[in-house]
Design a protein around this ligand. Sequence first.
Ligand code: 13P
Length: 255
Amino acid sequence: MRTKLIAGNWKMNLGKAESITLAGEIRQKAPKTTKSQVLLIPSFVHIDAVAQVVSKSHLLLGAQDVYYERSGAFTGEVSPEMLLEIGVSHVLVGHSERRHVIGETDAVLNKKVLAASAEKLVVIYCVGETLEERNAGRAAEVILHQLKTGLANLSHDVIAMGHLVIAYEPVWAIGTGQTATPAHAQETHAFIRARLSEIVSPELAGQIRIQYGGSVKKSNAAELLSQPDVDGLLIGGASLIADEFVAIIQAAEGV
Ligand code: 13P
Protein backbone atom coordinates (compact mmCIF):
# COMPACT_ATOMS: atom_id res chain seq x y z
CA MET A 1 0.00 0.00 0.00
CA ARG A 2 1.50 3.32 -1.06
CA THR A 3 0.79 6.23 1.33
CA LYS A 4 -0.62 9.10 -0.67
CA LEU A 5 1.34 12.35 -0.74
CA ILE A 6 -0.69 15.58 -0.97
CA ALA A 7 1.63 18.50 -1.64
CA GLY A 8 1.00 22.22 -2.01
CA ASN A 9 3.56 23.95 -4.22
CA TRP A 10 3.19 27.63 -3.40
CA LYS A 11 5.58 28.63 -6.22
CA MET A 12 6.66 32.31 -6.13
CA ASN A 13 3.56 33.40 -4.23
CA LEU A 14 2.74 34.82 -0.77
CA GLY A 15 4.67 37.18 1.46
CA LYS A 16 5.94 36.20 4.90
CA ALA A 17 2.78 37.09 6.83
CA GLU A 18 0.58 35.40 4.21
CA SER A 19 2.72 32.26 4.30
CA ILE A 20 2.47 32.08 8.08
CA THR A 21 -1.30 32.63 7.98
CA LEU A 22 -1.89 29.99 5.32
CA ALA A 23 0.27 27.41 7.10
CA GLY A 24 -1.52 28.18 10.38
CA GLU A 25 -4.95 27.76 8.81
CA ILE A 26 -3.97 24.47 7.22
CA ARG A 27 -2.48 23.25 10.49
CA GLN A 28 -5.67 24.11 12.31
CA LYS A 29 -8.19 22.82 9.75
CA ALA A 30 -6.51 19.84 8.12
CA PRO A 31 -7.55 16.48 9.51
CA LYS A 32 -4.89 14.30 11.11
CA THR A 33 -4.36 12.04 8.15
CA THR A 34 -4.07 8.29 8.23
CA LYS A 35 -3.96 7.49 4.53
CA SER A 36 -1.82 10.33 3.31
CA GLN A 37 1.07 12.63 4.10
CA VAL A 38 0.61 16.37 3.70
CA LEU A 39 3.45 18.55 2.48
CA LEU A 40 3.75 22.35 2.25
CA ILE A 41 6.28 23.81 -0.18
CA PRO A 42 6.71 27.57 0.40
CA SER A 43 9.17 29.85 -1.34
CA PHE A 44 12.76 29.55 -0.06
CA VAL A 45 12.73 32.78 1.94
CA HIS A 46 9.67 31.80 3.95
CA ILE A 47 10.47 28.15 4.64
CA ASP A 48 11.92 28.94 8.05
CA ALA A 49 8.89 30.99 9.10
CA VAL A 50 6.53 28.22 7.93
CA ALA A 51 8.73 25.66 9.74
CA GLN A 52 7.93 27.40 13.03
CA VAL A 53 4.20 27.16 12.29
CA VAL A 54 4.17 23.47 11.32
CA SER A 55 6.66 22.37 13.97
CA LYS A 56 5.42 19.35 15.96
CA SER A 57 2.43 18.92 13.66
CA HIS A 58 1.63 16.25 11.07
CA LEU A 59 2.52 18.66 8.24
CA LEU A 60 5.74 18.11 6.31
CA LEU A 61 7.90 20.80 4.80
CA GLY A 62 9.40 20.91 1.32
CA ALA A 63 11.52 23.17 -0.90
CA GLN A 64 10.85 24.02 -4.54
CA ASP A 65 14.42 23.41 -5.65
CA VAL A 66 17.88 22.51 -4.33
CA TYR A 67 21.47 22.80 -5.51
CA TYR A 68 23.77 19.82 -5.93
CA GLU A 69 26.90 21.07 -4.13
CA ARG A 70 27.36 21.00 -0.36
CA SER A 71 28.79 24.51 0.05
CA GLY A 72 31.04 27.05 -1.60
CA ALA A 73 31.06 29.73 -4.27
CA PHE A 74 27.62 29.12 -5.80
CA THR A 75 25.97 32.51 -5.42
CA GLY A 76 22.23 32.35 -4.96
CA GLU A 77 22.02 28.59 -4.50
CA VAL A 78 20.80 26.54 -1.51
CA SER A 79 22.33 23.22 -0.48
CA PRO A 80 20.62 20.06 0.76
CA GLU A 81 22.26 20.51 4.19
CA MET A 82 20.88 24.03 4.55
CA LEU A 83 17.40 22.71 3.88
CA LEU A 84 17.73 19.78 6.26
CA GLU A 85 18.89 22.10 9.03
CA ILE A 86 15.63 24.07 8.93
CA GLY A 87 13.37 21.03 8.88
CA VAL A 88 12.86 20.41 5.17
CA SER A 89 12.29 16.75 4.30
CA HIS A 90 11.22 16.92 0.63
CA VAL A 91 12.47 18.77 -2.46
CA LEU A 92 11.03 19.28 -5.91
CA VAL A 93 13.46 18.61 -8.72
CA GLY A 94 12.73 19.31 -12.37
CA HIS A 95 9.44 21.14 -12.00
CA SER A 96 8.33 22.13 -15.49
CA GLU A 97 8.79 25.80 -14.66
CA ARG A 98 12.43 25.08 -13.80
CA ARG A 99 12.83 23.10 -17.01
CA HIS A 100 11.01 25.41 -19.38
CA VAL A 101 11.10 28.88 -17.81
CA ILE A 102 14.45 28.80 -15.99
CA GLY A 103 16.05 26.42 -18.50
CA GLU A 104 17.48 23.66 -16.31
CA THR A 105 19.01 20.81 -18.29
CA ASP A 106 18.68 17.06 -17.87
CA ALA A 107 22.29 16.88 -16.68
CA VAL A 108 21.74 19.47 -13.94
CA LEU A 109 18.52 17.80 -12.82
CA ASN A 110 20.24 14.43 -12.52
CA LYS A 111 22.94 15.98 -10.32
CA LYS A 112 20.23 17.49 -8.11
CA VAL A 113 18.38 14.16 -7.80
CA LEU A 114 21.60 12.38 -6.79
CA ALA A 115 22.84 15.06 -4.37
CA ALA A 116 19.53 15.61 -2.59
CA SER A 117 18.76 11.91 -2.24
CA ALA A 118 22.29 11.23 -0.96
CA GLU A 119 21.52 13.65 1.88
CA LYS A 120 18.32 11.71 2.64
CA LEU A 121 15.92 14.33 1.32
CA VAL A 122 12.86 12.86 -0.38
CA VAL A 123 13.10 13.87 -4.02
CA ILE A 124 9.91 14.64 -5.93
CA TYR A 125 11.15 14.36 -9.50
CA CYS A 126 8.76 16.04 -11.92
CA VAL A 127 8.10 14.89 -15.47
CA GLY A 128 5.57 15.86 -18.11
CA GLU A 129 5.13 16.81 -21.72
CA THR A 130 4.31 20.21 -23.23
CA LEU A 131 1.22 20.78 -25.35
CA GLU A 132 3.37 20.84 -28.47
CA GLU A 133 4.96 17.51 -27.57
CA ARG A 134 1.56 16.04 -26.78
CA ASN A 135 0.08 17.19 -30.08
CA ALA A 136 3.05 15.73 -31.93
CA GLY A 137 2.35 12.33 -30.31
CA ARG A 138 5.64 12.50 -28.41
CA ALA A 139 4.42 12.49 -24.79
CA ALA A 140 5.58 8.94 -24.00
CA GLU A 141 8.99 9.49 -25.56
CA VAL A 142 9.50 12.77 -23.65
CA ILE A 143 8.49 11.27 -20.30
CA LEU A 144 10.72 8.23 -20.83
CA HIS A 145 13.66 10.50 -21.65
CA GLN A 146 13.02 12.57 -18.50
CA LEU A 147 12.88 9.42 -16.36
CA LYS A 148 16.03 7.89 -17.82
CA THR A 149 18.15 11.04 -17.64
CA GLY A 150 16.89 12.33 -14.29
CA LEU A 151 17.19 9.02 -12.47
CA ALA A 152 20.48 7.86 -14.01
CA ASN A 153 22.80 6.28 -11.42
CA LEU A 154 20.26 6.64 -8.61
CA SER A 155 20.91 4.05 -5.91
CA HIS A 156 18.22 1.46 -5.40
CA ASP A 157 18.54 2.02 -1.64
CA VAL A 158 17.12 5.52 -2.08
CA ILE A 159 14.04 4.07 -3.72
CA ALA A 160 13.71 1.25 -1.18
CA MET A 161 13.69 3.91 1.58
CA GLY A 162 10.80 5.67 -0.13
CA HIS A 163 12.97 8.68 -0.95
CA LEU A 164 11.93 8.95 -4.59
CA VAL A 165 8.54 10.26 -5.66
CA ILE A 166 7.62 10.96 -9.27
CA ALA A 167 5.22 13.79 -10.12
CA TYR A 168 3.50 13.64 -13.48
CA GLU A 169 2.62 17.19 -14.41
CA PRO A 170 1.54 17.63 -18.02
CA VAL A 171 2.66 21.16 -18.84
CA TRP A 172 -0.57 21.88 -20.72
CA ALA A 173 -2.53 21.27 -17.50
CA ILE A 174 -0.48 23.52 -15.20
CA GLY A 175 -2.29 26.70 -14.24
CA THR A 176 -4.59 26.39 -17.26
CA GLY A 177 -7.68 24.98 -15.57
CA GLN A 178 -7.42 22.10 -18.02
CA THR A 179 -6.93 18.96 -15.94
CA ALA A 180 -5.94 15.60 -17.35
CA THR A 181 -8.94 13.31 -17.13
CA PRO A 182 -8.64 10.64 -14.45
CA ALA A 183 -8.36 8.05 -17.23
CA HIS A 184 -5.54 9.96 -18.90
CA ALA A 185 -3.72 10.38 -15.60
CA GLN A 186 -4.08 6.66 -14.85
CA GLU A 187 -2.87 5.66 -18.29
CA THR A 188 0.22 7.86 -18.03
CA HIS A 189 0.95 6.82 -14.44
CA ALA A 190 0.73 3.15 -15.45
CA PHE A 191 3.10 3.90 -18.32
CA ILE A 192 5.54 5.61 -15.92
CA ARG A 193 5.38 2.67 -13.50
CA ALA A 194 6.00 0.20 -16.32
CA ARG A 195 9.06 2.17 -17.44
CA LEU A 196 10.29 2.41 -13.83
CA SER A 197 10.01 -1.40 -13.64
CA GLU A 198 12.47 -1.60 -16.50
CA ILE A 199 14.75 1.17 -15.22
CA VAL A 200 14.93 -0.11 -11.62
CA SER A 201 12.94 -3.29 -10.92
CA PRO A 202 9.29 -4.31 -10.81
CA GLU A 203 9.43 -4.62 -7.03
CA LEU A 204 10.86 -1.14 -6.49
CA ALA A 205 8.62 0.39 -9.15
CA GLY A 206 5.66 -0.90 -7.17
CA GLN A 207 6.84 1.11 -4.16
CA ILE A 208 7.42 4.44 -5.92
CA ARG A 209 4.66 6.97 -5.40
CA ILE A 210 3.51 8.80 -8.52
CA GLN A 211 1.71 12.10 -7.94
CA TYR A 212 -0.45 13.88 -10.46
CA GLY A 213 -0.26 17.67 -10.84
CA GLY A 214 -1.99 20.16 -13.11
CA SER A 215 -5.10 22.18 -12.21
CA VAL A 216 -6.07 19.93 -9.31
CA LYS A 217 -9.01 21.32 -7.32
CA LYS A 218 -11.28 20.01 -4.60
CA SER A 219 -13.84 19.18 -7.29
CA ASN A 220 -11.57 16.76 -9.19
CA ALA A 221 -9.22 15.51 -6.45
CA ALA A 222 -11.21 12.47 -5.31
CA GLU A 223 -11.68 11.08 -8.79
CA LEU A 224 -8.00 11.50 -9.66
CA LEU A 225 -6.97 9.89 -6.37
CA SER A 226 -9.25 6.92 -6.92
CA GLN A 227 -7.12 5.80 -9.87
CA PRO A 228 -4.94 2.84 -8.87
CA ASP A 229 -1.63 4.41 -9.94
CA VAL A 230 -2.33 7.95 -8.70
CA ASP A 231 -0.54 8.06 -5.35
CA GLY A 232 -0.97 11.70 -4.51
CA LEU A 233 -1.32 15.20 -5.88
CA LEU A 234 1.01 18.12 -6.47
CA ILE A 235 -1.13 21.22 -6.29
CA GLY A 236 -0.32 24.78 -7.30
CA GLY A 237 -3.10 27.38 -7.37
CA ALA A 238 -5.57 25.51 -5.18
CA SER A 239 -2.95 25.02 -2.46
CA LEU A 240 -2.89 28.77 -1.85
CA ILE A 241 -6.47 28.70 -0.54
CA ALA A 242 -6.69 26.99 2.85
CA ASP A 243 -10.23 25.67 2.44
CA GLU A 244 -9.55 24.27 -1.05
CA PHE A 245 -6.35 22.56 0.07
CA VAL A 246 -7.96 21.18 3.22
CA ALA A 247 -10.87 19.83 1.15
CA ILE A 248 -8.34 18.04 -1.08
CA ILE A 249 -6.68 16.51 1.99
CA GLN A 250 -10.12 15.37 3.15
CA ALA A 251 -10.77 13.88 -0.28
CA ALA A 252 -7.56 11.86 0.03
CA GLU A 253 -8.72 10.50 3.37
CA GLY A 254 -12.02 9.44 1.84
CA VAL A 255 -10.58 7.54 -1.11
P1 13P B 1 -1.65 24.26 -10.76
O1 13P B 1 -2.29 23.35 -9.73
O2 13P B 1 -1.78 25.71 -10.44
O3 13P B 1 -2.08 23.89 -12.16
O4 13P B 1 -0.07 23.96 -10.68
C1 13P B 1 0.38 22.66 -10.75
C2 13P B 1 1.81 22.64 -10.42
O5 13P B 1 2.64 23.07 -11.19
C3 13P B 1 2.19 22.11 -9.10
O6 13P B 1 3.57 21.93 -9.00
